[in-house]
Design a protein around this ligand. Structure first.
Ligand code: NDP
Ligand code: 8X3
Length: 247
């Protein structure tokens, strides 16, 4: 199979790329940091094709897809993983620029890549689109504001893809992992490596390998099986109570 993984320069995306490449599949690894992708590709003997792609730019996505060698063009699995959280401040202290970047990346970027890749899948009557969402798209928490809303978009967009693609041979899934360590997620979000490390203190979080395994499982199920939504959490994670602010 040919797999396109966005955000493959780090975290979940890099591990998802490795999971498929180890099984002998051809993986197109896309992100902005090409040096990281080149290093990933060097781990595999020609099985990983690094391509520079900024999902916030339609031109960049189109250029990347157009640059694929002929034998890499028929993408069978698209993993829309590129994404980020920025900030944990409440609405009245948050940065509008951060909100815009999250919306541009997590919503518009994911939608644009899908828009450009899905028609080929429909034409070939086979494909799997795996979107990386989050429980933050289902449950509110303080400071999740725009990030959580982008992941709610990912969830509903996935369900609507499933509705549109029923009967075409193309499937779609949303994987929503909870607390996950070993990625750069919290470093990017908090812009403070010490604070980022503290997020995982005293926990055994999900790993990128756990998420990669789930993506691999979804993509290799028989073609009549569609997994709509997988919400996964480490066993140390639960749910918060509804908040009450008292005078
Ligand atoms: P990382 O920061 O480790 O990886 C994020 C990846 O996204 C990087 O490869 C980065 O590559 C890429 N990316 C960011 N912006 C762009 C862009 N404009 N164009 C292309 N690629 C981009 O974080 P994770 O692996 O943890 O996160 C991956 C996904 O999983 C995200 O969508 C995140 O929201 C989601 N998630 C993470 C959880 C966690 O706790 N870790 C839990 C639930 C969901 P580059 O900078 O090189 O472009
Ligand atoms: C990342 C998980 O709980 O930090 O999407 O929002 S969480």
């Amino acid at each position: 199979m040919i797999i396109l993984v966005t955000g493959a320069s780090s975290g979940f995306g890099a591990e998802i790329a490795r999971r498929f490449a180890r099984e002998g599949h051809n993986v197109i690894a896309a992100a902005r940091r090409k040096d990281r992708l080149d290093a990933l590709a060097a781990e595999f003997n020609g099985k990983v094709l690094p391509i520079e792609m900024d999902v916030t730019s339609k031109t960049s996505i189109e250029r990347a897809l157009a640059s694929l060698p002929q034998e890499w063009k028929e993408i069978e699995v698209l993993v829309n993983n590129a994404g980020l959280a920025l900030g944990i401040q409440p609405v009245h202290k948050a940065s509008l620029e951060d909100w815009e970047t999250m919306i541009e990346t997590n919503c518009k970027g994911l939608a644009t890549v899908t828009y450009l890749v899905a028609p080929g899948m429909v034409e070939r009557k086979r494909g799997v689109i795996i979107n990386v969402g989050s429980p933050a798209g289902a449950y509110p928490y303080p400071g999740a504001n725009a990030y959580g809303a982008t992941k709610a978009f990912v969830h509903q967009f996935t369900l609507n893809l499933i509705a549109d693609l029923a009967g075409t041979g193309v499937r779609a899934s949303n994987i929503a992992p909870g607390l996950s360590g070993g990625t750069e997620f919290s470093n990017v979000r908090l812009k403070d490596d010490e604070a980022a490390a503290k997020v995982y203190e005293g926990t055994v979080p999900l790993s990128a390998a756990d998420v990669a395994e789930t993506a691999y499982w979804i993509a290799t199920l028989p073609p009549h099986v569609n997994i709509n939504y997988v919400e996964m959490m480490p066993t140390c994670q639960g749910f918060g109570p509804l908040a009450i602010k008292r005078n």
